[in-house]
Design a protein around this ligand. Structure first.
Ligand SMILES: C[S@@+](CC[C@H](N)C(=O)[O-])C[C@H]1O[C@@H](n2cnc3c(N)ncnc32)[C@H](O)[C@@H]1O
Length: 180
């Protein structure tokens, strides 16, 4: 509980970039990773925060794969580097919109918990466009949001989209978006 309380304070302190007052629940960590290709080579995470979903992705990916985790908050990046000692993890202190500066490979899966609600239309379009271009055919971009309002936009950007509601409070909506 001490850890959960400490992370809640961190998220609340930076509310305008985190868009959250606590880290995502265990239910979200599991569901958001449910479309992960367990035989992939390259994974990307947007909005690493303090690394709870990061750890779940690492648990599910192969021993020789790589995970690029993007996070704009430098303090969060330093904390995760100290906490998760795993050679497969590359922590990138930069925004998802700059993915091409850091990742050159084709990506098997993308997992995002970024607060799209706070992003401009231009930034959202840029991130979704770059993500789709870099994702392999048959790969999923999975996103947690606390509203259904983005579903139309995500559905338009991807070839197929499914929305799963979580049972915890406040209810979250996980969008699993497929690139055909
Ligand atoms: C709702 S928190 C999620 C944190 C954690 N992954 C979790 O599941 O609880 C969103 C995170 O996205 C980060 N973020 C905001 N804008 C970003 C951007 N453009 N690129 C990468 N990360 C960003 C925030 O700093 C914050 O840590």
């Amino acid at each position: 509980m001490k850890g959960k309380l400490a992370s809640a304070l961190q998220y609340t302190k930076h509310i305008f970039t985190t868009g959250a007052i606590s880290e995502t629940s265990r239910e979200v960590e599991i569901e958001i990773c449910n479309r992960l290709d367990s035989k992939g080579k390259v994974y990307v995470e947007f909005g690493m925060g303090l690394g709870n979903i990061t750890q779940e992705i690492l648990n599910r990916m192969p021993k020789d794969a790589k995970l690029y985790s993007f996070e704009v908050n430098e303090d969060f990046c330093e904390k995760v580097k100290a906490l998760i000692k795993d050679d497969r993890l590359v922590v990138i202190n930069d925004g998802a919109e700059n993915i091409r500066k850091h990742v050159t490979e084709e990506v098997d899966n993308m997992i995002s918990s970024m607060p799209f609600t706070f992003f401009s239309k231009e930034k959202t379009d840029l991130i979704l466009g770059e993500s789709k271009a870099m994702l392999k055919s048959g790969g999923f971009f999975s996103q947690i949001l606390y509203s259904k309002i983005h579903y139309k936009k995500f559905s338009a950007a991807w070839d197929e989209c499914e929305m799963i509601k979580t049972s915890n409070f406040p209810a979250g909506f996980i969008y699993h978006c497929l690139k055909e």
